[in-house]
Design a protein around this ligand. Structure first.
Ligand SMILES: NC(=O)c1ccc[n+]([C@@H]2O[C@H](COP(=O)([O-])OP(=O)(O)OC[C@H]3O[C@@H](n4cnc5c(N)ncnc54)[C@H](O)[C@@H]3O)[C@@H](O)[C@H]2O)c1
Ligand SMILES: [Zn+2]
Length: 354
């Protein structure tokens, strides 16, 4: 059965369709010329399916990996679109993980000042997080996602069948984002991840993923509708990310986004316990759940306190030099905090070091 979630954004409202077989709906993307964008790995695994089933007037494949999420790749995407004579009525179709989705969405946002786009996420992370909400963009050496735009997709087709080819490490990265959503909004979602974690990781029971994806998308859609441009509540979705982005950056992206977020949640959890915002018991419960999913709970040694603080200060959510942090109040609630002293952050980081 297909589940449908409406993202009620007025004239930019769109639908998220979730369920086994949802990708077959790509065949209905008719009436306009489609420009398929994907990466080399997804093309290898799903390219022949896409060639047959997604109506398309042209395509672009770039090398897989976060290090290719650059302005240069976006320019290549746009140049290919121009070469193929797509106009602004074109529909860009992003088939892939968060890297494909973020870059295709950004290319669509700026190509001829705005073309439409559709998301067909193929990683768990993209299914539960990046494909919904309209944040698009690229990295530059100075920081992650520093160049970007808000540009909502026209539709999101989420098919858990894509997960069958996803390596376990990537599955875990998606689980980290679901866990994050649980900590900030929904204890029941968090508890569902604590239950039999092996059936989500080492021996995945894919049927378990559909309700997890649905709940994550539902919560994310609510937040996006309430605060599309992140003036308030949407900022909570960055839980674990300020620390996590710093870890990713300092590890030259050898650590996956979800792994960075997992360690980042441990840092935030430790800090919140030290500040008395939540109990030590809750911090430990979060840490146990992260570890049980096979995600990292310790900060790598090379992420020294000064390097972390320096990387975190560059985060674009900061204002006037103060580091903006999302800190948990309990499993199911969090808040933004802008006045934690560097010394407090440093002490928490020391405690989370490997
Ligand atoms: N826009 C947002 O709101 C938002 C939210 C969260 C994360 N992000 C971004 O998403 C990115 C991370 O996304 P990701 O983890 O999906 O990374 P990714 O797109 O790099 O995918 C990870 C790897 O899995 C491969 N892959 C994709 N689908 C596959 C499949 N079905 N089977 C086998 N391999 C497959 C990819 O080729 C890649 O090598 C980061 O750049 C992050 O900043 C954006
Ligand atoms: Zn994320």
């Amino acid at each position: 059965m297909m589940e449908r979630i409406q993202v009620g954004l007025g004239d930019r409202a769109y639908e998220i369709v979730i369920g086994p077989g949802a990708r077959a709906l790509a065949a209905d993307l008719t009436g306009r010329r489609n420009f398929l964008v994907t990466d080399s790995r997804v093309a290898e695994l799903w390219g022949s399916w896409a060639a047959k089933e997604i109506p398309q007037a042209g395509s672009f494949v770039f090398p897989a990996g976060e290090r290719h999420k650059t302005p240069e790749t976006v320019v290549s995407i746009c140049r290919r679109a121009a070469e193929l004579r797509f106009d602004r009525k074109a529909r860009f179709v992003a088939l892939g993980g968060g890297v494909v989705g973020d870059m295709t969405g950004f290319a669509a946002a700026i190509y001829m000042r705005g073309a439409g786009f559709v998301q067909i996420p193929t990683t768990l992370l993209a299914m539960v997080d990046s494909s919904v909400g309209g944040k698009t963009g690229v990295d530059i050496p100075e920081g992650k996602n520093l160049i970007g735009a808000f540009h909502q997709p026209e539709q999101v087709l989420i098919d858990p069948d894509f997960l069958a080819t996803l390596p376990p490490g990537e599955l875990r990265c998606g689980l980290a984002e679901i866990l994050k959503t649980g900590v900030i909004f929904d204890e029941a979602l968090f508890a569902e991840l604590e239950r039999d974690p092996d059936s989500l990781t080492v021996a995945p029971d894919y049927a378990r993923f559909v309700p997890l994806i649905r709940r994550s998308c539902e919560l994310k859609a609510q937040v996006v509708v309430a605060d599309e441009r992140e003036a308030g509540i949407r900022a909570l979705l960055n839980y674990g990310h300020t620390f996590g982005h710093a870890v990713e950056l300092l590890s030259d992206f050898s650590i996956g986004h979800g792994e960075g977020v997992a360690v980042g949640m441990c840092c935030a959890g430790e800090l919140a316990a030290r500040l008395g915002l939540w109990t030590r018991k809750e911090a430990e419960r979060q840490k146990r759940a992260i570890a049980a999913l096979g995600l990292p709970v310790a900060l790598p040694r090379h992420c020294t306190v000064p390097a972390m603080l320096e990387a975190m200060r560059r985060d674009k959510k900061n204002r006037d030099g103060a580091i903006a942090l999302v800190l948990p109040r309990r499993i199911g609630a969090a808040e933004v905090n802008r006045d934690v002293a560097d010394a407090e952050i440093g002490a928490a980081l020391e405690a989370v070091h490997a």
